[in-house]
Every structure is written in structure tokens, then in C-alpha cells.
Ligand binder design. Structure first.
Ligand code: FAD
Length: 504
């Protein structure tokens, strides 16, 4: 059946990202796109740290970066600083962008290891622009300096943004391109008796909206994908046991500029995020209810935020895992209705983005086919599994013994795919990326080394590189990063020039 009416259920980050991207399909076609949301139900209201591909998502829509950041009070993010993960007192940055660059076809960390083994005591971080700029609170975009010096390395960044303001920004964008917003609460879903496809939605005021294709962005409840189609959920609590969060934004009081990175500080049964925006800090404590009471989680959070709280604490419950199918019949689930692996590496908004990309690439307005569904489900399933392994690594690669929570995650069974990855790295530093997996060699190396998994050796090919010439090259690499960071403006100064926050 030809697709003429697409209905998106939900107006959180997922719903409005989908609406904004799908609005491009309307050009030259008589396609109706409707988004239903309920102000009474509201959105989850968190989810403010992103990763670099999100910059591309906005760019592809033709969104003006400076204007958008000003409207959402956004800041730049160069990576995540992890505190107390490998052991208490530890600190490392998982940066965007690579450690150095490949030399002689070998990943840079092998070359670094070869020199480190023969007495060069420079930490690998000095060969990463994003880490060094983050440490010094500096920021500039590549186009700001490569015009004068194209030999300097490019910078990789993402954004911190106010989730509510971003959804409102995309709403304006999508409505201007013909997406129709309907305020209302979906009360019932009608299914075709023969195919089981969703045919229409009834609102609690009696209105009925018929559609050909439905995008379920209704959040954790999975209104269509689960409540109507009973798709099923794969529970990953065993590996990712945190199942609660309390969020509490606070004022930025100390007058210091927002740091260009997210902070993830481990506590006794979970961890705390700090997401610096221009007008406030987003804070939250993610924890496991088997090891911590809600009241203790809130006390820990209140004891570790710098400014005056701006709202009441927002307690959230979740079960880590994924929907058994992400595309089932004529329903595609995006956002929290598709699954949730916890926010440690800011991957949820990214999965909305890649879900939309795959959906748009596979979509044919002639109708829904089984091949489309199977491809979408297979690719998305793999993507989730690779991210899952990376998240588990953060908990499992620890020597913390100070609480039952850390004793559990340190000794739990982990997927074979992760065991293999860690074993190979320990043996000779090799990191193989599976297919088009999201996290890079540098990501894996940063977290493993940051949490005490050491490289036992390096790729033997590193020995074949000419010693003097290679040393000269890596010296230059370090110097150009140092030069660049010295000459970059402070992050706060950059924001106030490029995208000063507008009043809400
Ligand atoms: P929601 O925001 O819950 O929106 C659901 C929408 O559906 C709402 O508009 C609601 O009104 C509507 N709805 C529901 N039922 C009905 C109904 N019956 N009728 C009509 N409308 C209905 N992601 C990141 O990438 N980075 C982060 O730093 C990050 N941090 C997070 C921290 C926590 C604690 C949590 C829980 C999540 C975090 N996420 C993060 C995930 C991120 O918040 C979500 O991926 C993102 O907000 C998308 O949510 P959503 O739109 O799927 O759901």
C-alpha cells in the first residue's frame, strides 16, 4: 500500500528530530506528516550531551550552527572526563578525534607505545588536540584556523544543549516545512485484522487519525511498538545494571566559563553527569536500585553540584536493553521506545540520528516490505550490541572494591565479543573495529588505558619505522597541537562571540 500519511507519536527529542528530517520528504510530493504529542504527559526532559555525528545531522538539515546554539544555550563538547572509574582518584578524558595519526599504516598508539617502551615518557594525551584543548578550557572550530595554517590538525566536537529548547527549535523548523502538530493524548490503537498493521490512532477526546506508516517516539512506554504490537524487549540489566536516575539542573554560579567537556564521576553505585550549558549546568546521578536508595542517590547528587538547584529533582526509571525489533510491521521505533543503554557515552541521541538515516535510506513510499524491516533490524541490532560492549567496558575494567556495586560489575560475566577485544588489546595493543562500529580505536584505547588495561606490546610493524624520522614527526605533531591550543580562545570567550545564549 502506498504511503501517503506518516504519523509520528511523541514530541520529545526523537519525535522532533524525526519530524525535521522527514519534512524533507515532502518536497515535491503530496505526503502528509503529522506529529502527535501530549503536553500533559510531557517529555523525559533529559539528554543534553551529544557526540560528533550529531553536528552532521544538524548540518544536513541546513541548520545554522551559531543560531541554533544561541537558541538552545548550547556549548561545545570535546569529549568526556571520567573521574574515579578505574579506581578512586583516577581521571582521564575520552576525547573525540584520534590520538595522533596512522604512521606506516599502523595506528598511532602502537608507535607511541614503541617510543614509550624505549624511554619516551610523554603521555599519549599530548598527541590529541581535543584532550589538550579540553584540559586548558580552549576552543576553536577548524575553519577558524585552517585558513591561515592548513597544516594544523582539525578539531572534532559535539554539542551540549538544552533538550527542551532543542525540541522547540526543531518544532519550528519542522512546522515551517509542513509538518502538522496535533496536541492530544493517544488512547487507543487500531490494528488491521489481517496484517496486524496499525491503521489508526484514537485520541482521548474522540478524534481518530488514520496513517499508513507510524514512527513511535513515545518514549519508554513504547505506545505502538510495545503496547500495541507486543514486540518484546531484550533486557540487558545483567551487564548494565543501573536502572534509575535523578536529574537536577543548577545555576552556573561561580562565574567560570563552561568547560568544553562532559564530566562523568563514578560514585558507589553508579555515576554522576555534569553537562555545562551557557545558562545552567545539567546534573544527574545514574544508579542501581539494588545497591542504592533514591534518597541516598539524591543526597549524593546534592552534595556534588556546584550551584543552586533550578528545579525539583526529576526521578527516572529505566531498564537497559533494546526492543526485539526496532521496525515491526508499519511501526518504526526511534528514541527511548526503541531501547536505552544508559547515558554514559551520550549515545541515545546518536541512535535516533542513525535510526533516522537508515529509515530514510530504506523507505520507499510504495509501501512497507519485509526486506526493509529485516535490514533495519539487523543493522540497528548490531549497532546496539557494539555500543553495549563499549559501555560495559567502563564498569568491568575497574579495580574498585569499595562497594557491592563495584564488586558485582568488576566480576560479572561480560559478552565474549568484549572479552576478545580486551584480550587482544592486552596482548599487543591491537583494536579491531567490527564493521562500521561507532567507537574508534582511540575511543577503545582511551577507555582501556584510562581504566588500567595496559598494552602488553605493540604491532611489530611499528619497529620497522625509521627511528629518527618518526621521532621528528611525532615531535612536530606534539608541537603543532601545543601551538594550536596556546593560540585558541577560551571556550567561554568563543561562545560569547560566536553564539551567545538568547534569553529563554
Ligand atoms: P520522550 O522525551 O519521553 O518523549 C516522548 C514523547 O511522547 C512526549 O512528547 C510525550 O508527550 C509523547 N507521548 C507519550 N505517550 C503519549 C500518548 N499517549 N499520547 C500522545 N503523546 C504521547 N541521550 C543522549 O544522547 N545524551 C545524554 O546525555 C542523555 N542523557 C540521558 C539521561 C537520562 C537519565 C535518560 C533517562 C536519558 C538520557 N538520554 C541521553 C536519552 C535521551 O534523553 C533520549 O534519547 C531523548 O530525550 C529522546 O527521548 P524520546 O523523544 O524518545 O522520549
Amino acid at each position: 500500500m502506498a504511503i501517503q500519511q506518516i504519523i509520528i507519536v511523541g514530541g520529545g527529542t526523537a519525535g522532533w528530530m524525526a519530524a525535521a528530517a522527514l519534512s524533507r520528504l515532502k518536497v515535491g510530493r503530496t505526503l502528509e506528516i503529522t506529529l502527535i504529542e501530549s503536553e500533559q504527559i510531557g517529555t523525559v526532559g533529559v539528554g543534553e550531551a551529544t557526540i560528533p555525528p550529531f553536528v552532521g545531522f544538524n548540518d544536513l538539515l541546513g541548520i545554522n550552527e551559531a543560531e541554533m546554539l544561541a537558541e538552545v544555550g548550547g556549548t561545545f563538547k570535546l569529549g568526556i572526563q571520567f573521574e574515579n572509574w578505574g579506581k578512586q582518584g583516577d581521571s582521564y578524558i575520552h576525547p573525540f578525534g584520534a590520538y595522533g595519526y596512522a604512521m606506516g599504516g599502523i595506528g598511532f598508539h602502537h608507535v607511541w607505545h614503541r617510543f614509550a617502551a624505549s624511554g619516551d615518557n610523554r603521555p599519549i594525551q599530548v598527541f590529541n588536540l581535543e584532550t589538550m584543548a579540553a584540559y586548558f578550557g580552549k576552543f576553536a572550530r577548524t575553519e577558524d584556523y585552517q585558513k591561515q595554517r592548513d597544516d594544523l590538525p582539525p578539531i572534532n566536537y559535539a554539542y551540549h544543549l538544552d533538550a527542551g529548547r532543542y525540541a522547540a527549535y526543531l518544532r519550528k523548523f519542522a512546522e515551517a516545512r509542513g509538518v502538522v502538530r496535533v496536541e492530544g493524548k493517544v488512547a487507543d490503537t487500531a490494528l488491521d485484522a489481517e496484517t496486524g498493521f496499525v491503521t489508526s490512532l484514537s485520541l482521548d477526546d474522540g478524534r481518530v487519525l488514520a496513517g499508513d506508516l507510524f514512527v513511535d517516539c513515545s518514549g519508554f512506554r513504547g505506545l505502538l511498538i510495545e503496547q500495541a504490537l507486543k514486540t518484546g524487549y531484550e533486557d540487558w540489566t545483567h551487564w548494565l545494571p543501573c536502572n534509575r536516575a535523578v536529574a537536577l539542573p543548577c545555576q552556573r554560579e561561580d562565574g567560570s566559563p563552561p568547560p568544553p567537556f562532559t564530566r562523568a564521576t563514578a560514585h558507589s553505585a553508579g555515576w554522576q553527569w555534569q553537562v555545562p550549558l551557557q545558562h545552567r549546568n545539567g546534573n544527574g546521578h545514574v544508579y542501581c536500585s539494588s545497591y542504592m536508595e533514591d534518597s541516598d542517590a539524591l543526597d549524593i547528587l546534592l552534595g556534588n553540584i556546584a550551584g543552586k538547584p533550578q528545579a525539583d529533582p526529576n526521578f527516572l526509571r529505566f531498564v537497559t536493553g533494546r526492543r526485539k525489533k526496532f521496525w515491526n510491521k508499519n511501526v518504526v521505533a526511534l528514541g527511548l521506545s526503541a531501547g536505552f543503554m544508559e547515558p554514559l557515552e551520550s549515545t541515545s541521541i546518536h541512535l535516533i540520528n542513525t535510526g533516522i538515516d537508515k529509515f530514510l535510506s530504506l523507505l520507499s513510499l510504495d509501501g512497507v516490505t519485509q526486506a526493509q524491516q529485516d535490514t533495519f533490524n539487523r543493522l540497528t541490532g548490531r549497532e546496539y550490541a557494539r555500543i553495549r560492549d563499549f559501555l560495559i567496558l567502563h564498569y568491568n575494567a575497574t579495580s574498585r572494591t569499595d562497594s557491592d556495586f563495584w564488586n558485582y560489575v568488576r566480576t560479572m560475566d561480560v559478552p565474549d565479543t568484549l572479552i576478545e577485544k580486551v584480550e587482544i588489546f592486552k596482548a599487543n595493543g591491537q583494536i579491531f573495529r567490527e564493521e562500521d562500529e561507532l567507537f574508534t580505536e582511540t575511543s577503545w584505547a582511551a577507555v582501556m588505558m584510562g581504566q588500567g588495561v595496559t598494552m602488553g606490546g605493540h604491532n611489530p610493524m611499528a619497529e620497522s619505522l625509521d627511528s629518527a624520522k618518526t621521532r621528528e614527526e611525532i615531535d612536530e605533531m606534539e608541537q603543532s597541537i601545543r601551538f594550536l591550543v596556546q593560540h585558541m580562545p577560551g571556550h567561554g570567550e568563543y561562545l560569547s562571540r560566536y553564539c551567545p545564549a538568547q534569553a529563554a
